[in-house]
Design a binder for this molecule. Sequence first.
Ligand code: UFG
Length: 323
Amino acid sequence: DALNLVVTGGAGYVGSVCTARLLAEGHAVTVVDDLSTGHADAVPEGARLVEGDAADATRDLLAKGSYDGVLHFAAKSLVGESMQDPAKYWHGNVGTTLRLLDAMRDHGTPRLVFSSTAATYGEPETSPIAETAPTRPTNTYGATKLAVDLAITGYARAHGLAAVSLRYFNVAGAHGGIGERHATETHLIPLVLQVATGARERIQIFGEDYPTEDGTAVRDYIHVSDLADAHLLALRHARAGEHLVYNLGNGTGFSVRQVIEACREVTGHPIPAAVAPRRAGDPAVLVAASDRAREELGWKPERADLAGIVADAWRFTQRRAEG
Ligand code: UFG
């Protein structure tokens, strides 16, 4: 069934890719984005863009129209910045989302899909990480996302909201001409690819003394298209009064060195690397156990191959570099 949806943060990387997929499935999408980090030209054709605060602008929409659900991507998402300026994250992520939840409650909006994160778990005791693992975030970003998850559970139970939180691991790749283009880029794959375009001289490896095979940190990279698939499935599986939580990753970890090597192979560029100190708050290994998403949602990541993920990101990077 075609749904009428609000997508907050639909001008951002993951939000715009999910918007494209929702439109392709025949859903109607109104994007709400304040364009603080997103780009108006990233909003796929066919979606309406309302420029404004994720809670206030969505409340206005819900008051005027009939919507089947909200996908809430809009958030502050830089781990380092969250430690320097916690207020920006507590207000921007928790405050805004509470006001959004109130608007949805007031207007009886039935469904919510929320972008949660692996950062809610902090430094894991066991790997891979299942949804039953303890949540002890090591940074403010992760703490604010966990706080929102806890609030959603309460709203779902009390007000009959059908809610799903998706805990992303390391999202990468590009989909149909949409990729990562942050003004302040902190993510490994786009930074490594900037070296290959000549925009950056070398990549810094943050820490070579982790208890991993080659000493560099290990992450679970998931293709943004596979992530978008999970959102479509989550919308379908959401149940009134329940809050479902799913980890989304491929279940395979790649070290920083392995990622750089994959980028060298894909781009044919030598990509000079230099070892630098560890980045504060970085766990050694973050790998997802996504069995729950596979079993309950029927989710099957189809682009788990790291070289393929990098190749898609590279195509996007080259296209942007050429203007
Ligand atoms: N890294 C480098 N050099 C760089 C950039 C990153 O060595 O120039 C390393 C990081 O230290 C880390 C790995 O590459 O070990 C991946 O770093 P990213 O910044 O790409 O991703 P993170 O794992 O830090 O962050 C991701 C999400 C966050 C989320 C976090 C959960 O992007 O939103 O996972 O811990 F909070």
